[in-house]
Design a protein around this ligand. Structure first.
Ligand code: NAP
Length: 251
């Protein structure tokens, strides 16, 4: 990389987002660590700075249009024009369809789909100006359907269509858009799922691993490695793809 580029990672205070932020910083990006609570981002920012990188903590609800526009402007002026964007912020509101509230449907759509749309729209102007951009959206194996996740599955499948459309519209500006669809990754999100189904988290992981061809559950670093690839300068001919990172074939 000739000059340090700026990348934004949403939902980066913990879990997959934190691992992606740290990985992109070690790849040479200046990283905006975005999450709901700005103070919660500080740990990740400190780790990046201790390793010699540059990072900025930014509090922002990605589903809030004004907050997103203000956050992206701030990142551009304090860190540099963002030409990398990882739409990772996410929530679960699992329930069987007949018990799912409209609020639970809307919350999931707002964070995953509206959030990714707002962040990408606010960031694309910097990418088109730079004639370079890398957008990576976090989908999920749940996009293929998953009991108790009608809202989440629809949002994650929606992100795949969003990704392919970005690739088509923005390709001529040197911008790629790809999606990563993780399988089971050990984070607070999967810990919450274990709690919801009444299982000890270790037992839950062991049970999940028996269903995964590589015979282990995934780690945030597994997803960070895939995001790092999509953000590379020399990955410019890879666009509109959905990469299942699930320890085996999924689609
Ligand atoms: P996580 O540990 O729950 O972290 C998600 C982060 O997103 C949290 O820090 C959360 O903040 C933040 N967030 C939630 N709503 C937000 C909003 N409106 N604006 C800004 N930030 C927000 O989840 P994860 O497991 O790392 O998952 C990261 C992404 O990968 C998600 O999109 C998820 O759907 C996807 N994914 C995960 C798995 C898996 O097995 N873990 C599998 C497939 C896909 P708070 O802590 O303040 O709520």
């Amino acid at each position: 990389m000739t000059e340090a580029r700026t990348a934004i990672v949403t939902g980066a205070a913990r879990g997959i987002g934190a691992a992606v932020a740290e990985r992109l910083a070690s790849d040479g990006f200046k990283v905006a660590v975005v999450d709901l609570d700005e103070a919660a981002c500080q740990n990740v920012v400190d780790k990046i700075k201790e390793s010699g990188g540059e990072a900025l903590a930014v509090g922002c609800d990605v589903s809030n249009e004004e907050a997103v526009n203000a956050a992206v402007e701030r990142i551009a002026s304090e860190l540099g024009a963002p030409t990398g964007l990882i739409n990772n912020a996410g929530v679960l509101r699992d329930n069987l369809l007949f018990k799912m509230s409209a609020d639970d449907w809307d919350t999931v759509m707002n964070v995953h789909l509206r959030g990714s749309f707002l962040m990408t729209r606010a960031t694309q102007k910097y990418m088109t100006e730079a004639k370079f951009g890398r957008v990576v959206n976090l989908s999920s194996t749940s996009a293929l359907g998953n009991r108790g996740q009608a809202n989440y599955a629809a949002a994650k499948a929606g992100l795949q269509g969003f990704t392919k459309t970005l690739a088509i519209e923005l390709g001529k500006f040197g911008i790629t858009a790809n999606a990563i669809a993780p399988g089971f990754i050990v984070t607070d999100m999967t810990a919450a799922t274990a709690e919801r189904v009444g299982m000890d988290f270790d037992e839950f992981q062991k049970a999940a691993a028996t269903q995964i061809p590589v015979a282990r559950v995934g780690r945030p670093d597994d997803i960070a490695a895939a995001a790092s690839f999509f953000c590379r300068e020399d990955a410019g001919f890879v666009s509109g793809q959905v990469l299942y990172v699930a320890g085996g074939p999924k689609d």
